[in-house]
Design a protein. Structure first.
Length: 389
């Protein structure tokens, strides 16, 4: 096995002029906002209309987004986190209930469950980084009310198997699709499997607005009507309150941004897939150093994140960052070992696959604004770290 670069290479002395130039190049905001004037024109028109709360742009976005998911209904809300909380609450999840999910996710998934008063119940993930369906039934008790699968990194969870389990045990399924816009399983979009699905439009997402925003999709007219009321204080009109609700409206300004970006989401998705495919091909011969997770045929992975397992991960991270590459870790501490989850009583070793992924995975930049030169720079330095020349 070829020798790896020593950690001592991760110093400023190894950063060449070319690397420093590339580091500056990785600041891509000028590309992301090259068409900013068109957005500003849209915002100016909104200001002139004064259409700030649940305005026409919100309804337009909801209709277009639902269609893009192959579903009849979408409800815009304040964030992806609120999308999860509102979905759980409107389905009656609350104190005394248990909700099954994975510890390999962003805190919002588990935090939303806790915010309803329900108890998060973790099931380990598999080598694809997804909820391990073979372990779900062992976690079901008489208190279990729902399952929240996570389409982590933009890769679909095994929804056919999860839906079979849920239907057999009469459980709700709320999809955490925060990272999964445009992902699908054999042509069926994520978001079209469970009772609801919850998307985030956070600035880091594939479809990203200029602040916090989220959207819930559903095929149920009953849930759609309840969610529309619940996100707006339960108000049927200015003077009529049908239920005690919540203030979680999709801001009209963010809907204006989302409507313009939604036209580009297919191009964005294809570019991310193309970038990820380039990485996969470049690292395929680094077996023993880089472990690429299974890419299932028929599963459309949209690569909100490009994550692989890496030998000597922390040293690789330092080396890449010192050479201008914005590599990251998602996440170094699994959720069941976080201080916030201490009351759940989990301990080290309870979810060994998740814990191993937290020790070994690394995230490489894959977004649609990367140039060919930047992609080549990432590939060059990953290979250089492992294959000493």
């Amino acid at each position: 096995m070829p020798a790896t670069y020593e950690v001592s290479m991760n110093t400023a002395d190894t950063t060449t002029t070319k690397d420093k130039e590339m580091q500056a190049s990785f600041s891509y905001l000028d590309r992301q906002f090259s068409g900013v004037d068109a957005y500003l024109d849209d915002i100016k028109a909104l200001v002139q209309r004064g259409d700030f709360t649940l305005g026409a742009a919100v309804s337009e976005f909801e209709s277009r987004f639902a269609t893009s998911c192959g579903l009849p209904y979408a409800v815009g809300v304040n964030s992806g986190t609120d999308a999860l909380i509102l979905s759980l609450r409107i389905l009656g999840v609350g104190s005394g209930d248990e909700v099954i999910t994975t510890p390999n996710t962003f805190i919002a998934t588990v935090g939303a469950i806790a915010m309803t008063g329900a108890r998060p119940v973790f099931v380990d993930c598999n080598s694809e980084y997804m909820l391990d369906v073979s372990q779900i039934e062992a976690a079901i008790t008489h208190r279990t009310k729902a399952i929240v699968p996570v389409h982590w990194t933009g890769y679909p969870a095994d929804m056919p198997a999860i839906m079979d389990i849920a239907q057999h045990h009469d459980l709700f399924v709320i999809e955490d699709a925060a990272q999964g816009i445009q992902a699908s399983i054999y042509g069926k979009h994520v978001g079209s499997w469970g009772e609801t699905a919850c998307f985030s439009l956070h600035p880091l997402k594939n479809l990203n607005v200029w602040g916090d925003a989220g959207v819930i999709v559903t095929r149920s007219a009953e849930l759609y009507n309840k969610l529309r009321l619940y996100r707006n204080h339960g108000m049927a009109s200015r003077d009529e309150i049908e239920m005690f609700g919540y203030n979680s409206r999709l801001d009209t300004l963010q809907a204006v941004i989302a409507n313009r970006l939604l036209s580009d989401v297919c191009v964005i998705t294809e570019q991310r897939i193309s970038n990820a495919t380039l990485y996969d091909e470049a690292f395929v011969d680094l077996d023993g150093y880089i472990t690429i997770p299974l890419r299932r045929s028929g599963y459309r992975h949209v690569y909100h994140l490009y994550i692989v397992q890496a030998h000597d991960r922390d040293a690789l991270l330092d080396y890449l960052q010192s050479n201008g590459i914005r590599a990251k870790i998602h996440y170094p501490i699994p959720l069941h070992l976080q201080k916030a989850a201490a009351y759940l009583g989990y301990k080290t070793g309870d979810f060994p696959v998740c814990e191993e992924l937290c020790r070994t995975t690394i995230t490489l930049p894959v977004h649609q604004h990367l140039t060919d030169a930047e992609l080549a720079h990432v590939i060059e330095h990953v290979r250089k770290f492992y294959l000493a020349q």
